[in-house]
Design a protein around this ligand. Structure first.
Ligand code: GDP
Ligand code: MG
Length: 437
């Protein structure tokens, strides 16, 4: 499944120090496949992976987290942005606001009409009226009446008429008289796209001048959903999309494709047959769903965190006992080097990282530091206080460094140790962390 595929894709990157042209290309290929499986159309998937790749390579230098984690974040951000970035509110300021519902048969229009009424009723001062505009199926009128009853909304029907434009206008007139400030017009669909349907709904649009035209589409129809969206948008220039039936195991890739093909915001998602199974569309949540990697993200984060916490706890214990030695120092440096840029890493080691902020070490400086520490004997590393002048001379010679460099490092180490000791008191730590936020 998709999850496995993405995990496979990330495995390629696991354990690699940086994102390179080669490993990112391999991963992107896997991700593109996964996106196609999730109903994202080819062009969108290709554009997306190309952009992510570009960004990933660009960020190479600043990487502090694992490449997989960085890539996950870039992908999530990019997907979120592609789907509009933020929540798109319904435009319901006008009184009355007319909302026209359009889409194919079975997409979930009538169901959504009921759901929307319930959603609006929960907003202050909104009094929706449902208009039964599906003149071809008497059962559709019954269905709307039942749903209206369930959600406690008013409904306008005219079983005598077969003219959807007339019914829509009657409905609006009725709503105005009746004090309804949002009028939702349910319409008829067709089994497939045809011109007569398009003409009809275009006429209803022209006559009613709706503030919102919501195109309802079944997320399970995958690629067809995209084509349908395009045809409806070309004709109606709708204002938003409602993606239904996301409660199934569909990945919702249609959301990404539709947005990128028609460039209209997705405003709601339907997640079940019940009237309260409606969600406002959150691009970031859909991004996680499409990638199916909510789990992957938390996995990576948990692994990272566990590592940090264990390491930090052990370290803090040592610091408190003033036992922080050159071995710890060396392993910290090696840790930092393994993970990437030092400045960005500061926040990652709780407590310690923040203290090290004050100590200016650049990546190149590590080489000298490492060579000095490596020239220390195990005894010296564990007992920094033992390193007297003659030992310093020997270390300088052995590591090929100037004695001044050795003195500088030991001084830095001692300063750091002092500072750590000072802040290892838990209440002082809490204060510090508050200050740094
Ligand atoms: P319409 O022809 O576009 O008006 O579609 P309907 O509103 O009559 O819905 C068609 C079928 O899809 C009905 O059985 C609904 O209960 C079902 N349906 C609509 N929205 C959802 C949804 O979000 N999830 C699920 N599982 N079923 C839905
Ligand atoms: Mg219907």
């Amino acid at each position: 499944n998709l999850q496995d595929k993405l995990e496979g894709a990330f495995k390629v990157l696991k354990g690699q120090g940086s994102i390179t042209e080669i490993n990112v290309a391999e991963t992107m290929k896997e991700i593109r496949k996964a996106l196609l499986d999730a109903d994202v159309n080819y062009k969108t998937a290709k554009t997306f992976t190309d952009e992510v790749k570009q960004k990933a390579l660009g960020q190479n230098v600043l990487t502090t987290v694992s490449p997989g984690q960085l890539l996950t974040k870039i992908m999530n951000d990019e997907l979120t942005a592609l789907m509009g970035g933020s929540v798109e509110e319904l435009n319901i300021k006008a009184s009355p606001t007319v909302i026209l519902i359009a889409g194919l048969n079975g997409a979930g229009k009538t169901t959504f009409t009921g759901k929307l009424a319930l959603f609006l009723k929960s907003q202050k001062g909104k009094k929706p009226l449902l208009v039964a505009g599906d003149v071809y199926r008497p059962a559709a009128i019954d269905q709307l009446e039942v749903l209206a009853g369930q959600v406690g909304a008013e409904v306008y029907t005219n079983r005598e008429s077969t003219n959807p434009v007339a019914i829509a206008l009657e409905g609006i007139a009725h709503g105005k008289k009746n004090g309804n400030n949002v009028i939702i017009i349910d319409t008829a669909g067709r089994l497939t796209l045809d011109d007569a349907l398009m003409d009809e709904i275009a006429e209803v649009k022209k006559a009613t001048q709706p503030q919102e035209i919501l195109f309802v589409v079944d997320a399970m129809t995958g690629q067809d959903a995209v084509n349908t969206a395009k045809v409806f948008n070309d004709r109606l220039d709708f204002t938003g999309v409602v993606l239904t039936k996301l409660d199934g195991d569909t990945r919702g890739g249609a959301a990404l494709s539709i947005k990128s093909v028609v460039n209209k915001p997705i405003k709601f998602v339907g997640t079940g047959e019940k009237m309260d199974a409606l969600d406002v569309f959150y691009p970031d949540r859909m991004a996680s769903r499409i990638l199916g990697m909510g789990d992957v993200i938390s996995l990576v984060e948990r692994a990272q965190q566990q590592f940090d916490e264990k390491e930090a706890a052990a370290l803090q214990k040592k610091i408190r006992k003033n036992k922080f030695d050159f071995n710890d120092f060396l392993s910290q440096i090696q840790q930092i080097k393994k993970m990437g840029n030092i400045k960005d890493l500061m926040g990652m080691i709780p407590g310690v990282g923040k203290m090290m902020k004050n100590i200016d070490i650049d990546d190149n400086a590590f080489k000298g530091i490492e060579s000095i520490i490596q020239s220390m004997s195990p005894f010296e590393r564990e007992n920094p206080d033992s390193i007297n002048q003659s030992r310093r001379n020997r270390i300088a010679k052995g590591s090929g460094n100037d004695i001044a460099e050795v003195n500088k490092l030991i001084k830095q180490f001692e300063d750091m140790r002092k500072m750590m000791k000072q802040f290892s008191d838990p209440s002082a730590m809490a204060k510090m962390q508050k200050m740094m936020k």
